[in-house]
Design a protein around this ligand. Structure first.
Ligand SMILES: [Zn+2]
Length: 152
């Protein structure tokens, strides 16, 4: 049985969804510490990207696993109540993500996706590993600038 009624659930979901949630701050702080400068929540680009690095023509989406249907992730579960509603909602989110990705890459943007579970769980105790991965992705367009420390 669902422990929340509908109102409570949607109230809670909207909190999860709100901007400047902790994982985003964690990611931004870590990127800043590595010397990356960015803009946040740029509204005039497809998908209102969370983090934009103009210098590297790179966009970072920090996706919640539930809302953006992270494939084979345990947080991308299907709720037991209002199942049809959630399936439709989340499927359309995933389709919109795909369309935005295509639009952005067509415009020449390098698009990087970071999943919330990576920050909350997978790399919780070694965020540097995640940021290494993101840094490599950011620098994709400029391979000569990748620092040698990745190959040590
Ligand atoms: Zn996930």
């Amino acid at each position: 049985m669902d422990i929340w009624d509908k109102n409570k659930r949607s109230e809670c979901m909207s909190k999860i969804r709100s901007k400047n949630t902790k994982p985003e701050l964690v990611l931004r702080k870590a990127l800043f510490a590595r010397g990356f400068r960015y803009r946040v929540n740029v509204p005039n680009l497809p998908g209102k990207p969370d983090i934009v690095l103009p210098k590297y023509k790179t966009i970072i989406f920090l996706h919640g696993c539930f809302w953006h249907r992270h494939e084979s992730c345990k947080y991308a579960y299907t709720p037991k109540t209002n199942t049809e509603f959630w399936i439709n909602k989340i499927t359309s989110n995933a389709e919109r993500d795909k369309a935005n990705f295509q639009k952005l890459t067509a415009l020449g943007w390098n698009v990087v996706t970071v999943w919330e579970c990576e920050i909350r769980h997978t790399y919780k105790h070694n965020l540097a590993l995640l940021i290494d991965r993101v840094e490599v992705e950011i620098l994709k367009n400029q391979p000569r600038k990748i620092s040698l420390k990745f190959y040590e």
